[in-house]
Design a protein around this ligand. Structure first.
Ligand code: SF4
Length: 106
């Protein structure tokens, strides 16, 4: 399989780790099959939290966590990188802002 030349080293390291894990028939917790949407990419924070807990014995946990450091959605390496929208206390509407925080489990 060819990888994009522009992919960063961390993503290449993750890809190499995934490839080696598959060759060794190691279990990757987020690999399909699952029913419906991927729990690691769910819109539901509770589902993502449970998915993140399933990452703990993944053979590429460290590589995945490193690759996900700049991601803003989904679970990467046992951490939920999803940005949490800020909500106005006055209107209860989402606030457009660059100051969103990252929700991390653990
Ligand atoms: S550490 Fe990454 S590759 Fe492993 S199960 Fe979690 S999200 Fe998937």
């Amino acid at each position: 399989m060819k990888w994009p030349r522009s992919a960063s080293e961390v993503h290449l390291a993750l890809a190499d780790g995934l490839r080696a894990s598959i060759v060794q028939e190691l279990k990757i917790p987020c690999a399909p099959p699952w029913i419906g949407e991927s729990p690691w990419l769910s819109d539901d924070p509770e589902i993502r939290k449970r998915a993140a807990e399933s990452c703990f014995d993944c053979p590429v946990l460290d590589e995945c966590r490193e690759a996900g450091r700049k991601e803003h959605f989904g679970v990467w390496g046992g951490k939920d990188r999803t940005l949490i929208p800020r909500v106005s206390h006055e209107t209860n509407n989402p606030i457009e802002s660059d100051n969103n925080t990252i929700q991390e489990n653990s």
